[in-house]
Design a protein around this ligand. Sequence first.
Ligand code: NAP
Length: 257
Amino acid sequence: MSERVALVTGAARGIGRAIALALGARGWSVVINYRGSRDAAETAAAEIGASGGEAISVQADVSQAADRDRLVEAAIAWRGGIDLLVNNAGVAPRRRADLLETSEESYDEVMAINLKGPFFLSQRIAREMIRAREAGRPGAPKIVNIGSISAYTSSISRSEYCLAKAGMGMMTQLFADRLAQHGINVYEVRPGIIATDMTEGVTEKYDRLIADGLTPIRRWGQPEDVARIIAALADDALPFSTGEVINVDGGFHMRRL
Ligand code: NAP
């Protein structure tokens, strides 16, 4: 039985799924959280099982306090603790709307899933990590937030998403600052344009932009590009770094002339 337990939110599909599989392949016991994609979550758990790893799937909406409690309790009941939290679950606005038309409903929904949920889940799990360390649980617990280039790139048709991801940037620093004294490092992994269901509706637009040189590395990112970084962090690749942002964006973040 693995002593290293990872909880990955939104891990049935896309980037979260790739992260769960990469961790499972490295011997982590993985809690696959999902909201609606039960079959896909069970398939991912079975894939990890077939490759010699261990995984369970747990339904929970990260924007709901009672669901977050249930998720954490399920993970602890399974393996006694959580050594890595990956705040991956996230949504784009249901409808892209100009900044001057953004609705309060969409703002509240995106903020609740992309920022409030991760904030309070991190708070809850950080307390557990501290308690477990004080009780002698070995290892170096960590939190990794999946941010976005939208933290600093204006997209006026999805302002609520940009605001949530910008907030996650500060959330990473706050938790990194508070948790360092407990030996818990906190990182933000900031993907660029990654081929998942989230970007499926804008494939043509991004195909064109990438071909025209939007990113120095002229290709779409794949979920596995992101997962490799999480796997390295999980393996303690950056023990003397915390609050760090790791870009996985084909070089998008550079200013260029
Ligand atoms: P995706 O393919 O649309 O998958 C999103 C995942 O989040 C799904 O597994 C979904 O679960 C889960 N989810 C959504 N709302 C949830 C909730 N309330 N509670 C629990 N899980 C929830 O998206 P993705 O592209 O993999 O995105 C993953 C993360 O990367 C997001 O935070 C996103 O903002 C970020 N990101 C993506 C890109 C990109 O280009 N794709 C770029 C930068 C950052 P169910 O299927 O079970 O509903």
